[in-house]
Design a protein around this ligand. Structure first.
Ligand code: MLT
Length: 269
């Protein structure tokens, strides 16, 4: 793991392999470790960059207060600066899951000349409804008061398909440890940032990049229907539903997601 200074913070970054670059952006409340299977499978043919976003994993927030907000635009700008520091000049594929997808929309808006293609996994284009905004603020307050202990139990049934929860104790333990290793301050700041994110739906028709849209067929957070509609609104997208997976499709059915990614990247030359 490298440590890379960007803006006013330091990011922990996995940087492995050679070839056309791919940048993986994790979801909430996780870290770049969620992409370990993709890092292993793709780095034989690609340079794979997997940061822990500011406030997550090995990239704790620096100088933050209880009311700090980490916006999706800030996270996108961090990634653009990370690419500059790593001297990655050629346009790349950005693959984001859920919150990583929210960051992808902002990255496209702010740094689209850096992109050659997109992979959107288990994410949404719509902004939060008012009740969801309220829940995020309540959860942020609780995180700062009680710590991260409650979060894994609250989120696992939403993140994983029922059969994963039942049959994959190793994956459940891995995800639990990843969630619990995060700091309340970083998670609370990102919750507030997600709550105020823009509605990306009006942008979709202009996202002309080749795009792969991937969703676990049991995803309860970003459903198959919602993601199929996103793919239909994008001018140049392919849609893949992943069997045996929920919201964490790249972990729950890693072989299939890796194969789809390699095929998609191969098509881009
Ligand atoms: C994620 O996986 O990143 C979260 O489910 C995103 C969200 O809370 O909207």
């Amino acid at each position: 793991m490298k440590r890379v200074d960007v803006a006013d913070t330091t990011l922990a970054v996995r940087d492995q392999g050679h070839g056309s670059p791919v940048l993986f952006v994790h979801g909430f409340p996780l870290d770049g470790g969620m992409w370990n299977a993709q890092l292993a499978a793709l780095s034989a043919e690609h340079r794979v960059i997997v940061p822990d976003l500011r406030g997550f994993g090995g990239s704790p927030l620096q100088g933050a207060a209880d009311d700090t907000v980490t916006t999706m635009a800030q996270l996108a700008d961090d990634l653009a600066e990370l690419l500059a520091v790593l001297r990655i000049e050629e346009p790349l594929c950005l693959c984001g899951l859920s919150m990583g997808g929210y960051v992808a929309w902002e990255f496209w808006r702010r740094h689209r000349d850096r992109l050659s293609s997109l992979v959107l996994c288990d994410t949404r284009a719509a902004a939060d409804a008012p009740e969801a905004v309220e829940t995020r603020h309540t959860t942020a307050t609780r995180l700062l008061r009680d710590g991260v202990g409650f979060l894994a139990q609250a989120m696992l049934p939403k993140l994983l398909a029922p059969q994963t929860l039942r049959d994959e104790p190793g994956l459940v333990a891995e995800l639990t440890a990843m969630i619990e290793s995060n700091e309340p301050l970083g998670l609370a700041a990102a919750l507030r940032g997600m709550a105020e994110r823009a509605d990306a739906t009006p942008w979709l028709a202009d996202v002309e990049l080749p795009t792969l849209v991937v969703v676990g067929e049991h995803d309860q957070i970003s459903t198959v229907d919602e993601m199929r509609a996103i793919a239909a609104s994008l001018p140049n997208a392919r849609f893949v539903a992943v069997p045996g997976a929920g919201h964490m499709a790249p972990m729950e059915n890693a072989p299939l997601v890796c194969d789809e990614l390699l095929a998609f990247l191969g098509e881009q030359g």
